[in-house]
Design a protein around this ligand. Structure first.
Ligand code: TXA
Ligand code: MG
Length: 324
């Protein structure tokens, strides 16, 4: 029998404050959280996920005053974005507070911070003595969890403290942004695209500054943790811009050493990108479970624009093979 949200929030609080991990719901995906002041809990995140230490963690806060413990600089433009988009799926990368454990930042001089919107996690974070560092609650390189059942599947042998928060409403990870600001201009550098779009960020800044604004998207290789393969389901996923011919399926079977005429399953994306994002990881898991040998996603030319760009970003990293 599951306990009430209130008692689950206090269990999560007790776990975190005694140096243990807790699984927390957020509007994007579920997170595996450790208090930022617990070195052993932070280490546990990396070992449980089999995550390399070069991939920095995002710090999650519940109140603005908790920023002091996390950041080393906080400019007017950061405040503009935080006021507009927090709580919500936007991670802001700024200079780190030097007291922060460098496990969180992978030795970088910057830190990513966000205030998640899920009401249970907000309440938990507001009650905690310290913010938490939380990556997505999945094994490294695998599909992020958007439901607690996914988390249990990822870590079947672990007795984790889990705060049940229902399915994640956004469904893909937060937008990660860094501002490169001079006296006359601001570059909005998107380190990971998400459901808060670059133009929304630009428009908000435009309303508060006369500086010139430009948008850039840092190539993934330049951002830590952005490996080519990521978000991968348990069977090969193929993204194809073209309808499949028998020749192409034969080629795919050969590429993945599958028997001839193996069954594949097509993952059909919802035409509304917000719903497509919300359903994406659940669909990837579901499709991988159905007994098919591989998954097909058709990349059609009508699915363009900033939100679709973020969805294709995840699908392309989850894909083992692309057909242009
Ligand atoms: O929506 C989310 O952001 C979810 C939920 C749980 O909040 N968290 C999440 O964490 O996606 P994770 O660990 O799976 O992804 C964190 C990524 C890193 O891989 C890296 O690309 C970027 O955030 N990141 C974090 N700190 C950074 C920094 N200081 N500089 C550049 N990129 C950073
Ligand atoms: Mg992740």
């Amino acid at each position: 029998m599951s306990s009430s949200p209130f008692s689950q929030i206090s269990s999560a609080k007790a776990a975190l404050e005694s140096g243990h991990l807790a699984v927390i719901p957020t509007e994007t995906v579920y997170g595996l959280a450790a208090s930022i002041d617990s070195e052993s809990a932070l280490r546990n995140i990396f070992s449980l996920k089999a995550r390399p230490f070069f991939d920095p963690l995002i710090v999650h806060i519940g109140r603005f005053d908790q920023l002091n413990e996390v950041v080393g600089e906080w400019g007017a433009s950061h405040q503009v974005l935080a006021q507009r988009f927090w709580p919500g799926p936007l991670t802001i990368v700024v200079k780190r507070n030097l007291s922060l454990n460098s496990l969180i930042t992978s030795g970088l001089d910057s830190v990513g911070v966000r205030m998640p919107a899920h009401p249970f996690t907000r309440r938990l974070l507001r009650e905690l003595r310290h913010p938490v560092a939380a990556p997505s609650a999945n094994r490294f390189g695998k599909t992020s969890p958007t439901q607690t059942s996914h988390v249990r599947t990822e870590f079947p042998d672990q007795a984790l403290t889990i705060l049940e928060g229902g399915p994640s409403q956004i469904g893909i990870e937060s937008t990660v942004v860094r501002l490169l600001e001079t006296a006359t201009q601001i570059t909005i550098d998107i380190l990971r695209p998400g459901m808060i779009s670059p133009s929304e960020i630009r428009d908000e800044l435009k309303a508060h500054t006369s500086k010139a604004l430009t948008i850039s998207e840092t190539p993934h290789e330049a951002s830590p943790g952005h490996l080519k393969n990521h978000y991968q389901p348990d069977i090969p996923l193929v993204v194809s811009a073209r309808p499949l011919s028998p020749l192409m399926t034969a080629d795919i079977e050969e590429k993945f050493s599958l028997p001839k005429h193996s069954r594949y399953s097509e993952l059909i994306l919802h035409p509304d990108p917000k719903i497509a994002a919300r359903e994406l990881y659940q669909q990837m898991r579901q499709t991988a479970k159905g007994g098919a040998a591989w998954i097909l996603v058709r990349r059609t030319s009508d699915r363009t624009g900033e939100l679709w760009h973020s969805i294709w970003n995840r699908l392309e990293k989850a894909a083992s093979y692309h057909i242009e």
